[in-house]
Design a protein around this ligand. Structure first.
Ligand code: RIB
Length: 338
């Protein structure tokens, strides 16, 4: 059965004109009513007919930014860069934290639309996200950050190349048996890091066997599992953590187990969060160009907003920014080669 504005209105317990006001942002509606409408839209999977919608002219000078969490330093740093860049351009940032919950993420996006933001930036939380479809159904300019989304506008690091840089560095140092700590490998950007790392290793005649790849969340706790790698036979001489926070988490376990970094065990991360530069020795890591990523995403979004009125056929682009390998004190030649 076709889902219409009427069906949405009925489920939400409001008049069809209220749903229309919500969708077209043509009149203010209360947050409670907006939330009922959002829930009904989600429940009925209502698809908005963009062709029938009038373009908005009113601007609120506010931008929605949705990120998975704020406890991970990478997202804190990225949010700060974006907030600053928007502030400099006279925009207020409405920050939402999806707490790694796809339903919450979707409701937050719908809520931002009802608050009439002028644009949205999103780092989605999982490949199960409903945000990609949602972004196609709204008339609000939308840019994905930190993940590439085919057919949509996005700004991300070249994660595949980043994985290659890490692998090349370890191979050049002489490491042959390497472990991996994979933080949320199902997310496209991390999957690409792993792919780049493995492909580069294979090119040199090596690879990380699945038993040496430990999986978990992008959190300090995953780093603790480096203990499992230390117990393996043959024991790896290095680890590649797909996120700095995980590499930082591995640090204490390595020291407590009596391993010196880097003499006994090399540790490489990915991100270049601030704290990685303050470890002793500092962490070798593949740096994400966080400032550049944030600035580029803001530029792109503002560009889309200014072209919104004439943007009939969008030609979406996935911008990839090159990572940089920062060679610091946490990596060296394996002791077996010395
Ligand atoms: O620790 C946060 C990580 O998740 C980063 O590597 C970033 O790219 C994100 O996807």
């Amino acid at each position: 059965m076709k889902v219409t504005i009427r069906s949405v209105a009925k489920l939400a317990g409001v008049a069809p004109s209220t749903v229309s006001h919500y969708l077209n942002q043509s009149a203010p509606i209360s947050p409670v009513t907006a939330q009922s409408v959002e829930r009904a839209i989600v429940a009925l999977n209502y698809r908005v007919n963009l062709g029938a919608r009038s373009l908005r002219v009113r601007k609120t000078h506010s931008i929605g930014l949705v990120i998975p969490n704020i406890s991970t330093p990478f997202f804190g740093e990225l949010a700060s860069v974006i907030e600053n860049a928007l502030w400099d351009r006279d925009y207020q940032t409405l920050l939402c934290i999806s707490q790694r919950d796809v339903e919450r993420e979707l409701l937050q996006l719908a809520n931002l639309v009802s608050r009439q933001v002028d644009g949205i930036l999103l780092a989605y939380t999982s490949e199960q996200t409903k945000a990609i479809r949602f972004s196609k159904e709204i008339a609000v300019p939308f840019v994905f950050i930190d993940r590439s989304v085919p057919g949509e506008y996005s700004v991300a690091t070249d994660n595949y190349h980043g994985g290659q840089l890490a692998a090349r560095h370890l191979v050049e140092l002489g490491h042959r048996c390497i472990g991996m700590l994979c933080g949320e490998a199902e997310i496209q950007n991390v999957a690409e890091r792993i792919d780049g790392f493995q492909t580069e290793l294979r090119r040199s005649g090596f690879e990380v066997s699945p038993a040496y790849m430990l999986h978990g969340r992008q959190e300090l706790q995953l780093g603790i599992r480096v203990a499992e790698l230390l117990a393996m036979e043959p024991r790896p001489t290095a680890v590649f953590a797909t996120n700095d926070i995980v590499a930082v988490g591995a640090w204490r376990t390595l020291l407590e187990a009596g391993f010196r970094v880097p003499q006994d065990f090399s540790n490489v991360g990915f991100d270049d969060i601030e704290i990685s530069r303050f470890l002793v020795p500092p962490l070798t890591t593949v740096g994400q160009p966080t400032s550049e990523m944030g600035a580029k995403a803001v530029d792109l979004l503002l560009q889309l907003m200014s072209h919104q009125a004439e943007d009939g056929n969008k030609v979406a682009t996935n911008f990839l920014i090159a990572p940089t390998l920062f060679i610091r004190g946490s990596t060296t030649t394996p002791s077996t080669n010395k």
